[in-house]
Design a protein around this ligand. Structure first.
Ligand SMILES: *[C@@H]1O[C@H](CO)[C@@H](O)[C@H](O)[C@H]1NC(C)=O
Length: 791
């Protein structure tokens, strides 16, 4: 069968006809869920216990010799069964009687001698070619296989009756492998209702099988194995073709022929109904150029592939001129040792020329004005070296749209001459060459698709002509170290940069490539660091689609991350952004500071801390001094000095709170404890001397009081003389420094030291205040009992 392969903007999908060995173009989807592949598994028998859902079963290339009903009975879903290249010598078709869905059965290349026929109604494809039976085995039951579309047979002997059954089948394609034909009586091949017929001709060239073909319905004919006398048979066959026939495609395969004979064949084909003519795998014995008449042809495309020349010395120019002047649309001469091509002598009808895989280093097309219709030129896999010369070769091809120069030896060294591309070149394939960065100054201006993969490009220069139409750019497998920008290609949609040396830079790309839809960037040695986030973000922001994400994108550096998928590489914004980091630290600090300050203000924490500190100091001191040690001559825990104006607070708040009901704390108050007969001063001094501590209630009023000053002075004096800190200051109201008269040095000094207890207005704090105060005056007094009696 012929498989159509498109190449580039090929207008003639059928030109490149690839002959695929026999029935190999069965389309069995390899990804099929229920495919069981046991090919080349050294099996001697059909494996047991296959999945019952199996739809496709490949048992080819084993040594299976027998088939049993039980092998397949449970495979009720089986549609495709491939048994080619085994050792099966006997087959009863009834083994498949339970496989009602079986459509495709390949039994080629076995050892079948006999077939016992049982109709397999649903078969659409049946290959029985290359077995061991001598006669063409066509069961009468085959005529009941109404769905059969493709059939493959081969035989050593062809008898009269063999094809009567076949004549009733309406087949799409029929393959006849007749290499080993050893018995044949001419006139026995009947007509088939076959669209596509492929015949491998007998090696015994005496049998003119082809001449007995009746090809009323056949559109496509492929003849293989044409040697010796078969050449004459073919010539005769071709001479009988006429313009009114149905035959459109003719392929001659594996043919050994002289140039003279091939010209004769061309001549017949030129005058027939054939539109697509392919000569494949041809050995040319001798070349003596022959004239060829081109008039009145139906031929559209000629393909010559895989030519071997027995002699290289011939008039090449005459031969090439024969091809160049052909009045057809498409010409392919590939893998045929072609050395050069010549310009057609007249304006040519070629729209498609393919000279791939030859040794061209130069066409004869420089200054050639006769290829004005040429749209596609394929020069893949030749030996072109200079890009500027190739460009000027195209300069007169006004219609040229597609040029394939891949797999050559092209280089471009900046020279003064510049490049002159012809036509409106939209697609240019320069892949697999030796082009450097300089190639960007030698490109066709209207190019839309440019393939530069596998070259030697290290960077995309920003100093080049603007390629405003460029939509697709392939730079895979070059030496790029960063993603190129799109400054010069404003319409770029698709960019391929895989397999370069790109590690992370994406900034140029981000700035200028807003039109890119797809980026293929895998298999680069990415450095997984902060910079890489730009690249990963390309995807996250839906900026572009990353082709082959995530499996092709891996960290290469640093070493400990090698092999990690970029998808799994996470680094937080803050680690990467120094400004952000500083900002965050600053903000946190400020917020913390403000919070702490607010908390302090709200709950007056410093006040509590101070109180707790004082309290702990007192406790500590008490513990150190061992409060159990009694102080002689002390009757009271404290003497209280205050201004008359503050007496309300002292009497109603301070004293009641200090003197608990149990009487454990005694206070000397000059009004209460005064001894009659003594002066007030004597009384006060007496009181202070009998008290363990002196409490001064400080307030602006206090500062005004002479008495107070005197008391303070006295107390201070005692403080120093006895080296004891017997002074407790309570700040009832704050005293601005300016209202303390200058002469009160003592008071000022005490105030400055700030060793006083502040009276808190808030109820919640007063508990701590009292605890503190009590702790500092608490001491065990010696005259406890007597004093109580005395009162
Ligand atoms: C260019 O040619 C190479 C090899 O010859 C091929 O693989 C590639 O697909 C071609 N590019 C285009 C865009 O057709």
């Amino acid at each position: 069968m012929a498989e159509i392969k498109r190449s580039g903007t090929n207008n003639f999908p059928c030109i490149c006809i690839y002959i695929i060995t026999f029935w190999n173009n069965i389309h069995i989807s390899a990804e099929h869920e229920f495919t069981a592949n046991y090919s080349k598994s050294l099996l001697h028998a059909v494996p047991k216990k296959l999945a019952t859902e199996t739809v496709v079963l490949d048992l080819s290339h084993n040594t299976i010799s027998k088939l049993h009903t039980s092998d397949f009975r449970y495979l009720t879903k089986l549609q495709v069964l491939i048994l080619s290249y085994n050792n099966i010598s006997q087959l009863d078709f009834s083994v498949f009687q339970y496989n009602e869905d079986l459509e495709h059965l390949d039994l080629s290349h076995n050892n079948l001698r006999t077939l016992s026929c049982h109709p397999v109604g649903r078969l659409r494809y049946l290959d029985l070619s290359y077995n061991n039976y001598t006669a063409m085995t066509v069961c009468p039951e085959f005529s009941r296989m109404v769905q059969l579309e493709r059939l493959g047979l081969s035989a050593r002997r062809i008898q009269k009756s063999d094809f009567t059954v076949l004549a009733h089948l309406q087949l799409d394609s029929l393959f006849l492998g007749l290499e080993d034909l050893s018995e044949y009586s001419p006139g026995h091949l009947l007509m088939f209702n076959v669209k596509s017929l492929r015949i491998v001709l007998p090696t015994n060239t005496e049998f003119p099988v082809v001449l007995d073909l009746n090809l009323t319905d056949t559109e496509s004919l492929e003849l293989s194995n044409i040697q010796g006398k078969q050449v004459n048979v073919i010539k005769e066959f071709l001479s009988k073709l006429n313009k009114n026939g149905k035959l459109l495609n003719l392929t001659l395969n594996n043919i050994e022929v002289s140039w003279k004979n091939i010209t004769v064949m061309f001549q017949y084909v030129w005058q027939s109904s054939i539109e697509y003519f392919t000569v494949h795998d041809v050995t040319i014995l001798e070349i003596i150029p022959q004239p060829l008449s081109y008039t009145n042809t139906s031929l559209k495309a000629l393909t010559i592939k895989d030519t071997k020349l027995k002699y290289m010395i011939f008039d090449q120019h005459a031969v090439y001129q024969t091809f160049a002047d052909m009045n057809i649309k498409a010409l392919t001469i590939s893998n045929s040792q072609m050395v050069y091509m010549v310009c057609p002598s007249n304006p040519s009808s070629f729209t498609y020329l393919c000279f791939s895989n030859n040794t061209l280093s130069n066409t004869g097309f420089e200054g050639c004005n006769n290829l004005k219709l040429l749209e596609t030129l394929i020069l893949q896999k030749n030996q072109f070296k200079e890009l500027d010369k190739v460009s000027s070769m195209t300069s007169h091809m006004k219609s040229l749209k597609y040029l394939d120069l891949s797999q050559n030896l092209l280089q471009y060294k900046d020279n003064q001459n510049g490049c002159y591309w012809g036509g409106n070149l939209a697609q240019l394939n320069l892949s697999f060459n030796r082009l450097s960065d300089l190639v960007f100054s030698c490109l066709p201006i209207n190019i839309q698709v440019l393939d530069l993969q596998n070259n030697d490009i290290a960077s995309v220069s920003e100093e080049m002509v603007e390629l405003t139409s460029l939509k697709e750019l392939n730079l895979a497998s070059n030496r790029l170290t960063d993603l190129p920008g799109c400054g010069r290609f404003s319409s770029l949609r698709w960019l391929n940069v895989e397999m370069n040396s790109i590690f992370s830079q994406a900034s140029k790309f981000l700035q200028s490539c807003e039109n890119i839809k797809k980026l293929k960037g895998g298999h680069n040695p990415f450095t997984c660091s902060c910079e890489l986030r730009q690249f990963i973000n390309l995807r996250k922001n839906d900026f572009v689609e990353l082709v082959d994400w995530p499996e092709s994108y891996m960290c290469e550096y640093p070493d400990d991350l090698r092999g990690l998928l970029l998808k799994d590489f996470h680094v937080s914004e803050i680690v990467c952004n120094t400004n952000l980091l500083i900002a965050v630290v600053l903000i946190t600090t400020v917020v913390l500071a403000v919070t702490v300050s607010l908390l302090c203000i709200w709950f007056d924490i410093p006040w509590y801390l101070k109180m707790l500190w004082q309290w702990s100091q007192v406790k500590h001191r008490g513990w150190k001094n061992n409060t159990e040690v009694l102080v002689n001559n002390v009757e009271f825990h404290a003497f209280i000095s205050y201004s008359e104006c503050d007496c309300d607070w002292v009497k109603n708040v301070l004293i009641p709170n200090l003197e608990k009901e149990d009487g454990s704390i005694r206070i000397c108050q000059h009004e209460r404890n005064f001894v009659a007969g003594k002066s007030i001063v004597e009384n006060i001094i007496d009181c202070i001397e009998k008290s363990y501590k002196s409490i001064f209630v400080l307030s602006p009023n206090f500062v005004q009081s002479e008495w107070c000053h005197y008391e303070l002075y006295f107390a201070h004096h005692k403080l120093f003389s006895e080296n004891a800190d017997n002074l407790i200051l309570i700040l009832l109201e704050s005293i601005p420094a300016y209202i303390i008269p200058a002469k009160y040095h003592q008071l000022k000094a005490v105030m400055a030291k700030r060793t006083y207890l502040e009276w808190p207005k808030e109820k919640s704090k007063q508990g701590l205040f009292w605890a503190n105060l009590r702790a500092s005056i608490h001491v065990k007094l010696s005259g406890n009992e007597e004093m109580r009696v005395l009162w």
